[in-house]
Design a protein around this ligand. Sequence first.
Ligand SMILES: [Zn+2]
Ligand SMILES: [Zn+2]
Length: 256
Amino acid sequence: MKIQFLGAHNCETATTRLVSILVDDILALDAGGLTSSLPIEAQFKLKAVLLTHHHYDHIRDVPALGMNALFYETSIPVYSTQAVKDALASHWLNGTIYSNFLEKPPESPRIEFTVIEPNKAVTIAGYEVLPVPVNHSAPAVGYQVTSPDRKTLFYTGDTGPGLAEAWPGVSPQLLITEVTAPNRYEAFGYRMLHLTPGLLKAELLAFQKLKGYLPQVFLVHMNPKQEKEIEAEIEQLSDELDTSITLAYEGMIVQL
Ligand SMILES: [Zn+2]
Ligand SMILES: [Zn+2]
């Protein structure tokens, strides 16, 4: 399984992109930095764009994908929960802000949206995709993706404390989760439902207790302004837990 981090941050600048992860060139996890990262041919190779929740930094490129599909007379398959589809339809692809690619053209909408149910696995291009609810300030699911050769990752999307409630349903070899801010922002983490290194530690210890192992961990959604501070705290946590925890970056490729 090839995992390519297209965007790994919660703010966009000339050197950072919003969260998007590409699996084996055909599955995209979140759409914060997809269109700016991928040549047009690669965009049309996607078998699924899997959205975790409706916050801007995760759905940002859905309208752009729709516009590309319009001009190339094709469609893009997007999957998420009903809540995400409703948010896109009412706030964004509503005919005012942008064209309603969810319904146009009626015979083959440019955004070919499939509503998925939490905890119900679907098979996409031979991959088993399991949406698992996570604790965030909008309805959110993480995705466990299992390849045909049984490599398994779990991407949590944005999550706060309480992520451990997702653990019984997943058994990844590789975990992609978020750390948005350093430890001094713990109160913010509880309030806005994001993780700091300290809050992540509690969730990982719960994983280890339940499963008897720790997966290798990659982090996204870092605030670029505080990244050095996060990095130092994560290095310490990685030593403490004796496991590999790595901050992802734009362009990073991991083979599982
Ligand atoms: Zn969010
Ligand atoms: Zn976010």
